[in-house]
Design a protein around this ligand. Structure first.
Ligand code: IMP
Ligand code: MG
Length: 180
């Protein structure tokens, strides 16, 4: 596997993140926001979005894994870490990198609601054009992308490529080098 063509450039990402931040800020108004962010892929998106949101914000992180190791097919979400923060009466924004099968978002929405949040809204950076296992529609989407495995801007394959500034397609390649 190696990295292929750029799918979304860093400039487009920056512009879109700024627009998303405006929409989200508008929606929350004066309400205090609690972001529940899904590690690890969301790391760069979270950092960029966070600094553009003007409202009062708390951040909680959860860790879930759907693609253990070198997998490129979802194995379904499994929690590795859940925040201890109290969500009772809070206005929550669930933030994830990619909507793929929908299982991660559905699982999180259930969990956040059951913990007594006053409201739950959702934002994903990428929405893949593929059949969903769970019917879930985010309130805000950065980009609609084809059903390919993508890396960069926080997204990994087998732990690598999170540091690439653009979002790129992962490609099978003949040589074993795997260098981007
Ligand atoms: P799902 O919607 O539960 O199937 O899973 C979505 C999660 O799988 C995302 O939060 C990502 O962390 C991960 N994921 C899905 N597609 C990709 C991809 O193309 N590259 C990297 N991670 C992916
Ligand atoms: Mg994820």
């Amino acid at each position: 596997m190696g990295v292929g063509a750029v799918l979304v450039t860093r400039r487009r990402i920056a512009r879109r993140v700024a627009a998303l931040a405006e929409r989200i800020a508008e929606s929350f108004g004066d309400e205090e926001m609690t972001i529940v962010a899904v590690l690890t892929g969301v790391l760069v998106f979270l950092a960029d979005l966070l600094r553009r949101l003007p409202t009062r914000i708390r951040v909680e992180v959860v860790s879930l894994s759907s693609y253990p190791g070198a997998a490129v097919q979802s194995r379904g979400p499994s929690f590795r870490l859940w925040p201890v923060g109290d969500l009772v009466g809070r206005h929550v924004l669930v933030l994830d990198d990619i909507l793929d099968t929908g299982q991660t978002l559905a699982c999180l929405l259930d969990r956040v609601r059951s913990l007594g949040a006053a409201s739950v809204r959702t934002c994903v950076l990428l929405r893949k054009n593929c059949p969903r296992v769970e019917r879930v529609e985010p309130d805000w989407v950065g980009f609609d992308v084809p059903d390919a495995f993508v890396v960069g801007y926080g997204l990994d394959h087998d732990g690598l490529y999170r540091n690439l500034p653009d979002i790129r397609v992962l490609e099978a390649q003949d040589d074993a080098g795997g260098a981007p």
